[in-house]
Design a protein around this ligand. Structure first.
Ligand SMILES: O=C(O)CCC(=O)C(=O)O
Ligand SMILES: [Fe+2]
Length: 367
């Protein structure tokens, strides 16, 4: 464990006003890590041995035409809650440009990045996440969070002007992701025998896309910190573009498994709202990001979430009390805010959405 020193008394507010990247570059973590970042107690964790998760690779375009691929997609979403999408219609050169623009943003001098800095308590912009509840650890990362769709929600003053390609690349990527989600939402509906437009309509035309560019600085003590604490996403689903440095892990049957980084693939990972909509047929997986002792890691996660204010609950077609498919989740208003409140406490909000008797069964299964 880290030694206790005056640094330990630094508050989350103070720590979050600084950037992890700066702290690492200035060698501030050489002696010990501020205690608020320390969230792992073991010197070594057997889960850190890299067991690669055999997450199915699904050709999205093929799934829209081929029943076998559609069946593989269904299995992936019911067991893993995610899949590695290929055949998504986005060129490798655009994927590489997005990765490059993200990485180059973070590699600039602090003075350039600070033009897009947010206040500690704010959400959108460059910095760390707002302070969690007291006692909850901080993440060993910096991020740039931007609303990217619908267009009228873009706050362009927070969109970096440097690297000079950043804005154009992000706009192009958003456009392509929007098209990709139309296909993905259709094949997801199809594999559940639902009407093809079902999820597109439920999410709504104004359903937000929000981009999170993350920079995970290396850490001298990856055994003590996490790049991102264990959580499940609030989204409908999240589209994750990784670089070549692995670190994202999924919790599967009680074991942490590392998500392979495939250059051509976009990881489609379901969030809680999709688990609720599908009455638990699809799973919203718990995941986290490990720190790396040697290399910085970057990722771009785009959250695609049903329009706020619509309320969500299980789709009628997926409930059939006679056929052993009882309703497992309640109708939830304002799930976004509930999720955030629970996330900040290090808890899962989905339990709140579960009808009590299933909540208890699920808890028993986890213990
Ligand atoms: O960095 C990653 O690969 C995943 C990020 C993530 O899980 C999130 O931002 O919610
Ligand atoms: Fe996540």
């Amino acid at each position: 464990m880290a030694k206790s020193t005056s640094k330990d008394v630094m508050s989350a507010q103070t720590l979050l006003a600084k950037r992890v990247q700066d702290m690492v570059l200035q060698g501030g973590e050489e002696e010990e890590i501020p205690l608020l970042y320390v969230c792992r107690k073991k010197e070594r964790d057997e889960d850190d041995d890299v067991y690669l998760a055999p997450i199915p690779v699904i050709d999205v375009n093929q799934a829209s035409m081929d029943l076998e691929e559609l069946e593989r997609l269904k299995l992936a979403l019911c067991s893993w809650g995610c899949f590695q999408a290929i055949g998504h219609g986005i060129s490798s050169s655009l994927l590489n440009s997005v990765r490059k623009a993200g990485r180059e943003f973070f590699l600039q001098p602090m003075v350039e990045k600070m033009k897009y800095a947010k206040e500690v308590e704010e959400f959108e912009g460059y910095g760390g996440d707002p302070p969690p509840e007291e006692g909850q650890p901080l993440d060993w990362q910096d991020r740039l969070f931007l609303d990217v769709y619908p267009q009228h929600r873009r706050k362009l003053h927070l969109w970096p002007e440097n690297p000079s390609s950043f804005r154009e690349v992000l706009m192009k990527y958003t456009e392509k992701l929007k098209l990709m989600t139309e296909t993905v939402s259709k094949v997801m509906a199809k594999c559940l025998d639902l009407e093809e437009e079902c999820f597109i309509n439920l999410f709504g035309e104004e359903a937000p896309f929000q981009a999170r560019f993350s920079y995970y600085s290396p850490s001298r003590r990856p055994d003590l910190v996490l790049g991102l604490k264990a959580h499940a996403d609030n989204s409908g689903y999240t589209l994750i573009l990784q670089d070549e440095v692995q670190g994202l892990q999924i919790l599967k049957d009680g074991k942490w498994l590392t998500v392979p980084a495939y250059p051509e693939a976009i990881l489609v990972l379901l969030g809680d709202q999709m688990e609720i909509l599908t009455n638990g047929t699809f799973k919203s997986p718990v995941h986290r990001v490990l720190s790396n002792a040697a290399k910085a890691r970057t990722s771009i996660a785009v959250f695609y979430t049903p329009e706020q204010g619509k309320g969500i609950g299980p789709i009628d077609g997926l409930i059939n009390e006679e056929m052993n498919k009882p309703r497992m989740y309640k109708h939830m208003e304002d799930y976004d805010n509930i999720h955030w409140e629970y996330y900040q406490k290090g808890l899962r909000a989905i339990h709140l959405a579960k009808i009590e008797k299933f909540y208890l069964e699920d808890e028993a299964a986890c213990s």
